[in-house]
Design a protein around this ligand. Sequence first.
Ligand code: HT7
Ligand code: ZN
Length: 845
Amino acid sequence: PQTIHLADYRPYPFRLDEVDLTFRLAPGATRVLSRIRFVPLEAGADLWLDGEGLRLISARIDGTALAISPDSTGLRIPATALPSGPFLWEAEVEIAPQANTALEGLYMSGGMYCTQCEAEGFRKITFYPDRPDVMAPFRVRVEGDMPVLLSNGNLLAEGPGWADWFDPWPKPAYLFALVAGDLRAHSGRFTTRSGRDVALNIWVRPGDEGRCDWALQSLIRSMEWDEQVYGREYDLDIFNIVAVDDFNMGAMENKGLNIFNSKLVLASPETATDTDYERIEAVIAHEYFHNWTGNRITCRDWFQLCLKEGLTVYRDQQFTGDMRSHAVKRIEDVLVLRARQFREDAGPLAHPVRPESFVEINNFYTATVYEKGAELIGMLRRLVGNEGYARALDLYFSRHDGQACTIEDWLKVFEDATGRDLTQFKRWYEQAGTPRVSVREDWRDGRFTLTLSQHLPATPGQPEKRPLHIPVAVGLLGPNGDEVVPTTILELTEVEQQFVFDGLAARPIPSILRDFSAPVILDHPQDDAARAFVLAHDTDPFTRWEAGRALSKQVLARMITEGTSPAADWLDGMARVLRDDTLDPAFRALALRLPGEDDMAQTLHDAGLVPDPDRIHRARTRMAETLARHLSADLPSLWASLRQSGPFSPTAEAAGARALRNTVLALLNRIDDGRHAAAAWAEASTMTDRIAALGCLIESGRGTAELAEFASQWAHDRLVMDKWFAVQISHAKPDLAVETTARLASRPDFDWKNPNRFRAVIGALAANHAGFHQGDGSGYRLVADWLIRLDPVNPQTAARMSTAFETLARYDADRQDLIREELARLQVTPGLSRDLSEMTARMLG
Ligand code: HT7
Ligand code: ZN
């Protein structure tokens, strides 16, 4: 397969004035007619159109039929066969949406037609320059025997069996969308601040209309927020969102017609957890925010993906912080960043935020591009300040509206708006890997010196690294807990640098990397007492939580490696958090959460040790049990006091209280043989509480009757049943996880072609650390077997799931051999997709 390089970028030699498409829908044989005016921009250029899996019926240029045969990737018309000036291209192709299981291009899900064109799906619909820098207005006629026929832009006219849509905003083909089906709308309206009246519709299958209001209200809040915070208004008369059951990712920002995985739209207290509610709100916002950061200003090429994704993730994180709690959101985001992006950065799949080459672009929709990409925006903001950031963003929108841009364009607006030189900062986009920042403290003659040094480890293809420009937010606490130096941004640009603080009466305790000001691993040797001090006194909620976290990790690491008991200081610190009802319950829930097993495996590996998954699991279980026993006098009454009465509320406060209550329940469950979990199950009225109780019951070796009750109540509901599958695997004991997965995967309702169900089962096994890493390799084998089965049907989801193996280098030689064997088995599978073969090749090194 061909490797595509950033350095080979060349502009497309034609401009497209308007694209006119007609779809005659039929499941087995849809006809797509295209009429496109091309204007040459360069003399002597051939016309190249991408196209895959299309049956060409006819092609004409300026009315003259062409005899051309496309190859498997598209068609080329030599310059000599083209008119010298503008010309009209007309083509008719046939495609079979019903046979499209890859869920890319035009496909069918539950009897409806829908599309997914990012990144390169439009070429499966018609011949076209399928690249993001080719932008044009689209006029679309949809003809089909379906009550609802949707496409991008504004509705021009419709009648029985047809609808005409026009999107005036020039867009790349990856933002094209079409939906047709028997759908029902949950509708609302929004008036923009300049007075545009916008019709809002959430389209779902009949019967699901009652579960759309949270999504609609989230959309309205997003539209208001983008006007207030970024000054960005919506620009069409209609905004449609459609929920689809079969979907490879979360959602897609097609212009005026967002398409969503139904699990990120449908919510009711009985069917969705608080996590689902928060996620729906965030993803609705994310896709809506793309209207400006992605659609109006798009990417020049796919190497620039972080231009839209990093910025839009940053914007949705800000939005959730504003809607809920900044402190809690920041902690949640850092947990995700470490669990997914640091893990990626530490292994064979590490790549820069802006990669320089790829084989299959779908493999680069990664935590690095998204989450680390968002961190880079946050760092830029810290470096230039809030006002500088606002000026830079205003300039970005005014300078680049309607364009397809690069990271160079993005950084230039910051330079022009603020006068800062970002040459060194740009390395963050170019160099892979998580930097380690080490801290040394020195106190002498009333002078406190912090020596910071940075090290960026080698990553695949990048043996040597240059120092980064790292904003390190620091505050100093006095011995009585007062803040003696407020948050200050130290700019670390050298390999090692000293920062001096004068005029202090006593040696301070530093609080470093406040608000997690840079995506680095902090190496700050602090004793347990200093960490406990920061946990008790810091004014920054992130560093406060982090101090507790570091303490927990230190204690757990000792338990794993030395078999010690949890330290008394740690137990007391946790007790203080549990009892401190001045703290936000959601924060307390996060602070009481023990470090995850995968996180500990990476931590031990980073410390030069070889993690043993069983040992980690046993030590963590022991830690939870000891903590539960230590807190046993408080837990039952706290659990009872957090019981909620009255109607369900999805607010952050109510969800925070439920989170703390279920954290307390999980602790009680360690010592009461499932007694409280049984009571929790009996009284649960929300899915949050029901699934929490079920998980506890399974962990205490019970739950058979409850699982059966759950299944009979929800057998008709795919999304709820996904939870039923996943909970059994996530909470299975390590030696039962593979067997449980195999049993569930043999059920007739394990519809493995549905990505949500596949992730709920096979993904859940991969996420059960000690279960997946069983020493006999059975976890690896089962996952690889399923990847081999899924790959020909849906290569994108198979490739994404193969990242289960990316951590191979952490483990002992036997496990490494077993993983390599499975990767090698995947690699030699006949007909393996480009997606999965790129992933296996990278992981095998
Ligand atoms: N921009 C989208 C990314 C995407 C995608 C979404 C659904 C299915 C396949 C996809 N490939 C790429 C989603 C987003 O980041 O907003
Ligand atoms: Zn996005």
